[in-house]
Design a protein around this ligand. Structure first.
Ligand SMILES: [Zn+2]
Length: 402
């Protein structure tokens, strides 16, 4: 966005111009605006400085977005990297590049996920990521592993997995210096329930995932304070008629937000519909679970210590062929949900912004287009292609240049 630089010209006579009293205001008008109360056709969104405002001064500059949608900026609570960069192993510059890659695709709030590593390495990584959270580039840190089940390890290295000892869980969240958002763990393992309690006490989300739990064990973990299902359906027992497993427990409980990877690879469309049917519009959170290749391209990558081959956008471990994260970006998840899954756009907006924001405890700042919140928004055309991204009042992708 072109900001007005209000400095007095060199050598100007007389008094310098007064400091601007109005912060930068811009009115986005004429779009279909998706609000928590529903969609307003021909609505407008007023941006004042870094925030959404309730009214605009007369004559404020206007961007005409007729035939476009304006929706809240996307919130990704489970993301391992992108743009060629890994949040688990990249340098600060690489991590920032990964974050920027996802911003270009509409993700204005991003939690960085790590994969299983040794405890010292993870603690060190937590320190580095916490600095990026401190400066506002990340919304928090998600530890996926090492406290997960060897039976459902997915793309995590087996020799580094361990039971969820509360003292070790504590060590990781301490290393994150108040920036740990979530820990994914297999709560049925020894120490699992105590670890869930510890996380809940510290205001960190205990997420049930990479788990081999039964239905009953999952209910116990939810009662202990777990609130998220890590990529529901993936890396957990399937739904059986006599052994409903974690899926039934997670879908039926109002306290649980279920993550879904809507890339057309991780889930059958009917499974996605089943989750929406049971978890409604307010408990589903779309995530990318993206790895380095997201927004980058096919090729060989490392996911933590494991080698991954990405071919036609599908990431698989070189050894064993397990799906190894995705190359998804949330703009693609959005478009697919509306055009292929035929979900109501309001439900899609909830799943991609409001619900993850609420789950992370950030809904007072992001996740919907309401006055006082951060001016984070995405502009889509009539075909749901991304045309603009604004983060904290600045265009990351300017719809007028697109
Ligand atoms: Zn993941």
């Amino acid at each position: 966005m072109n900001r007005v630089h209000d400095s007095a010209p060199q050598g100007a006579r007389g008094t310098a111009r007064p400091a601007p009293t109005d912060p930068h205001v811009v009115v986005l008008s004429g779009a279909n605006v998706v609000l928590p109360t529903g969609t307003v056709n021909g609505g407008r969104v007023i941006v004042e400085g870094t925030r959404i405002a309730g009214s605009a001064p007369v004559g404020a500059p206007t961007v005409n977005l007729r035939n476009h949608w304006v929706v809240p900026g996307f919130v990704d609570m489970h993301n391992h990297g992108g743009g060629g960069a890994s949040f688990t192993s990249g340098t600060v510059e690489e991590i920032l590049k990964g974050i920027h890659t996802h911003r270009l695709h509409g993700t204005t709030t991003l939690v960085a996920s790590t994969v299983t590593g040794d405890m010292d390495g993870l603690a060190q990584r937590a320190g580095l990521l916490s600095e990026l959270a401190e400066q506002g580039d990340l919304a928090g840190i998600h530890f996926e592993g090492p406290f997960i089940s060897p039976c459902r390890k997915g793309a995590h290295s087996e020799e580094l997995l361990r039971d969820p000892d509360p003292a070790e869980v504590r060590k990781l969240i301490d290393a994150a210096r108040g920036r740990a958002s979530m820990v994914t763990l297999a709560t049925e393992l020894p120490g699992g329930i105590d670890s869930v309690r510890l996380l809940a006490e510290h205001g960190v989300i205990a997420a049930i995932g990479h788990t081999d739990a039964t239905y009953e064990q999952t209910v116990e973990a939810i009662d202990a304070g777990a609130t998220v299902a890590t990529h529901l359906f993936n890396a957990m027992p399937t739904l059986g008629h006599r052994s409903p497993g974690p899926i039934a427990a997670l879908l039926e409980d109002e306290r649980i937000t279920v993550e879904l990877i809507n890339d057309g690879v991780h889930l059958h469309p009917a499974s996605l519909q089943l989750a929406f049917h049971h978890a409604g519009g307010d408990r589903v959170a779309f995530i990318t679970d993206a790895m380095d290749a997201a927004g980058f391209g096919d090729g060989r990558y490392m996911l933590g210590p494991l080698e991954v081959e990405v071919s036609e956008g599908v990431a698989r471990l070189v050894e064993g062929g397990s799906i190894a994260g995705s190359t998804l970006t949330l703009d693609r998840a959005f478009k697919r949900a509306v055009t292929v899954d035929r979900l109501p756009i309001e439900d899609v907006v909830s799943a991609i912004a409001a619900n993850p924001a609420r789950s992370l405890g950030l809904y007072d700042r992001v996740g919907s287009l309401e006055p006082g919140k951060d001016a984070d928004l995405v502009v889509l055309d009539a075909d749901f292609e991304l045309k603009g991204v604004m983060r904290r009042g600045e265009w990351v992708v300017d719809p007028q240049l697109g």
